[in-house]
Write a protein that binds this ligand. Structure first.
Ligand code: FAD
Length: 402
């Protein structure tokens, strides 16, 4: 990938910037800055409407191939799109899991019927998706999944029983992709299947989990005789592990570059606060802010290089070294930013405002609390370091269960 921006790229950047400037006006303007991790409760329905507006103008699924309803942008154009989107302060998307994770997975592993059934609904933001991987005993150790599914041949349906946890946005979603054990007596990554399950049915109970930040963005999901059609298994039954891992490879994709623009905005807002409340006079605060600025520039450059490596086939998207290094770098950086934000806020950081339900946090308090999760989801820091140790450095593998 050529990392220098040519005239065509600059024209494309201007086109998006202009479009977003024109369209984030009127009623839509009030949605600026809303949503995203830690703030998913904000104006969900309005953001859904905005996402559908983007879809009507061809600005969803921009990296998908045109034949699957996407815009077919090159990798670099996708980077430009996500950066400009973040720079404009447009509201966060409501179907990240459908667009960034499930869609590319169906394009890679799904049947033509599955692609025809689901992809247009994701592009148009008519169906929202949740990810049903983690369970109380299967997080980092995902191969320990205990949720079971059996095929009811007479009904032509899978019947699912078990529990998922930390299922982001399931309470707002229509469908969930579920990793379930479909072969009795199987263990570890054998005998698992990747099922597409409708959430709005009697056999599914979604219980929101209340967070430190006051909102509820993820859930416990209980399956008790839940059903889905026999043909809604992606890949071969019993071979779902490969599909599930393929999907994780998309998790650290190109949209994360837009995230670094969002991080730069957050850092700017911390600097602004430090100037306003005098914290900037503390040389230690100045030193930490400057360090954060320099580190963020390095992280962005590294991310671009990592994407170029993946595109050039020199690193694997699914858990290769570059993805793990990038995840470790940005997650740790963001958590430190949250800590610095609280130091800059001083005593104000300890006070919750009394409006809102159940209590209202300012952006920096929310940043501090939610960024604690960054080093956990999408593979914790320890797991990323294990990947680097075992697959990249070739150190001895840690002992696994049977
Ligand atoms: C904000 C957020 C959103 C999430 N959204 C979803 C979602 O939508 N769908 C979904 O399926 N899941 C989701 N998750 C779950 C997430 O994938 C898990 O939290 C993560 O995989 C860790 O699993 P766990 O919580 O069970 O912790 P555990 O796996 O029990 O880990 C506990 C601690 O032990 C460490 N540890 C575990 N194994 C090892 C090891 N082998 N070596 C060294 N250290 C180890 C971990 O790093 C961690 O510090 C989300 C989590 C968060 C925080």
């Amino acid at each position: 990938m050529n990392l220098t921006e040519g005239p065509e790229d600059r024209a494309f950047r201007s086109e998006i910037r202009e479009w977003l400037g024109d369209h984030l006006a009127g009623d839509w303007a009030s949605l600026r800055g809303l949503g995203g991790p830690g703030r998913e409760h904000q104006a969900h329905d309005e953001r859904l409407a905005w996402n559908r507006h983007l879809a009507e103008h061809g600005w969803t699924a921009v990296g998908w191939p045109v034949e699957h309803g996407g815009r077919g942008l090159s990798l670099w154009q996708q980077v430009i799109f996500h950066e400009e989107y973040a720079r404009s302060d447009a509201p966060a998307g409501v179907n990240h899991l459908g667009e960034q994770l499930l869609g590319p997975t169906l394009i890679a592993f799904g049947t033509p019927e599955q692609q025809r059934r689901f992809l247009p609904e994701i592009v148009a933001v008519r169906e929202l998706w949740a990810q049903g991987y983690s369970e109380p005993g299967a997080g980092s150790d995902l191969a320990n999944v205990q949720t079971r599914a059996r095929l009811d041949e007479s009904a032509g349906e899978w019947v699912i029983d078990g529990q998922k946890v930390w299922t982001s946005l399931a309470h707002l979603s229509d469908w969930c992709f579920v990793v379930a054990r479909t072969e009795g007596g199987s263990t570890r990554h054998h005998g698992l299947s990747f099922l597409l399950v409708p959430l709005r049915q009697d056999g599914v109970e979604v219980r929101p989990i209340e967070q430190l930040t006051g909102g509820s963005e993820f859930n416990e999901v209980f399956f008790s005789g839940a059903r889905t059609a026999a043909d809604l298994v992606v890949g071969e039954p019993g071979r779902g592990w490969g599909v599930a891992m393929g999907l994780l490879g998309f998790e650290r994709g190109v949209s994360t570059l837009g995230q670094t623009v969002g991080f730069a905005r957050e850092l700017d807002s911390v600097v602004t606060r430090a100037k306003q409340n005098g914290a900037i006079d503390d040389p230690v605060v100045r030193d930490r802010l400057a360090t954060l600025k320099a580190e963020l520039a390095v992280i962005r450059s590294y991310a671009l290089r990592a994407l170029a490596l993946v595109e050039g086939g020199q690193d694997s998207a699914a858990g290769g070294g570059a993805g793990s290094i990038f995840k470790l770098a940005w997650a740790g950086w963001h958590r430190t930013l949250g800590e610095v934000a609280m130091d800059v806020a001083g005593r104000d950081g300890l006070l919750a405002r009394d409006s809102g339900t159940p209590y209202d946090l300012d952006d920096h308090q929310r940043l501090f609390l939610f960024s604690r999760a960054d080093t956990i989801y999408g593979g914790s820091d320890e797991i990323q370091r294990n990947i680097l140790a075992e697959r990249v450095l070739g150190l001895p593998r840690e002992p696994k269960g049977a």
